[in-house]
Design a protein around this ligand. Structure first.
Ligand code: TMP
Ligand code: ASP
Length: 236
């Protein structure tokens, strides 16, 4: 069967139900807007498993998501949504593009979390935007942007605790939201939450346990994902 959508790390397939899709996790990894590419055995399986654990936990805490259920080792069943063209990023500690843009040393703690938006557009390189840009680009109304920010901060609180229990520090992460096909007024958390989309550092050693191992050629890339998954499966 042909996917109805193929992204850098996932494929989407239709099902017999009109508003239900199968989301398949690929082994491909890209970084720097796909300038750097690779394929890593079991990456899809591990990101699917981690996303499932995280999403189930978020649903238990009352966060509405697109998750319906588990299909197989690389596939989840999800509600069909139209993804808002926004990446919502939450930062607890300076790293990545923040450190680069602002000249702040990686590892510097923020007093309070930073929430930022970028406009999802690969040709433009996902530019940094604010609520006014989001409104004028038709990505989200001001009320919706405020809602996304509140949800992102709530999800951050829940995720910090969740990862702390398995000795991981949540440095930052990126989430996406979508409008339900069956009820476009309702915006839910969609896409994945995995070491591809979070920065996670070992709480004791500070070792990076996320996609920065690929971005920065640090080695032990899949070993680190396996360690994150094993910790979550055993303790979460
Ligand atoms: P950044 O520091 O490169 O802006 O990344 C912030 C967080 O967002 C980090 O946890 C990695 C994640 N991220 C994605 O999930 N997808 C992306 O395309 C980018 C640029 C970052
Ligand atoms: N996922 C993005 C890309 O392919 C960037 C990143 O995560 O670093 O290019």
């Amino acid at each position: 069967m042909e996917p109805i959508y193929e992204g850098k790390a996932k494929r989407l397939y239709t099902t017999d139900a009109s508003n239900v899709l199968r989301m398949e996790y690929k082994d491909d990894a890209t970084a720097f807007n796909a300038l750097k590419k690779g394929s890593f055995e079991n990456k899809g399986r591990m990101n699917k498993a981690i996303t499932l654990l995280v999403y189930k936990m978020l649903e238990d805490k009352g966060v509405k998501t697109h998750l319906i259920g588990d299909v197989d080792d690389i596939t989840l069943l999800v509600k069909k949504v139209s993804i808002l063209p926004l990446e919502v990023i939450v930062r607890n500690v300076a790293a990545g593009s923040f450190s680069k843009r602002m000249g702040v040393k990686e590892g510097t703690n923020f007093r309070r979390p930073i929430v930022e938006f970028s406009y999802k557009n690969d040709e433009l390189g996902d530019p940094f935007i604010n609520e006014d840009y989001a409104r004028e680009m038709g990505a989200a109304t001001e009320e919706e942007s405020a809602y996304l920010k509140r949800q992102a901060l709530l999800i951050n609180d829940v995720l910090i605790d969740f990862f702390k229990r398995v000795n991981l520090r949540l440095i930052d992460f990126k989430i996406e939201f979508g409008r339900l096909a069956e009820d476009p007024g309702q915006i839910v958390l969609a896409d994945e939450i995995s070491p591809d989309t979070c920065r996670l550092w070992d709480a004791e050693t500070g070792k990076k346990m996320d996609k920065d191992r690929f971005r920065q050629d640090l080695g032990d890339f899949m070993e680190s994902y396996a360690e994150v998954l094993a910790r979550l499966q055993h303790k979460a």
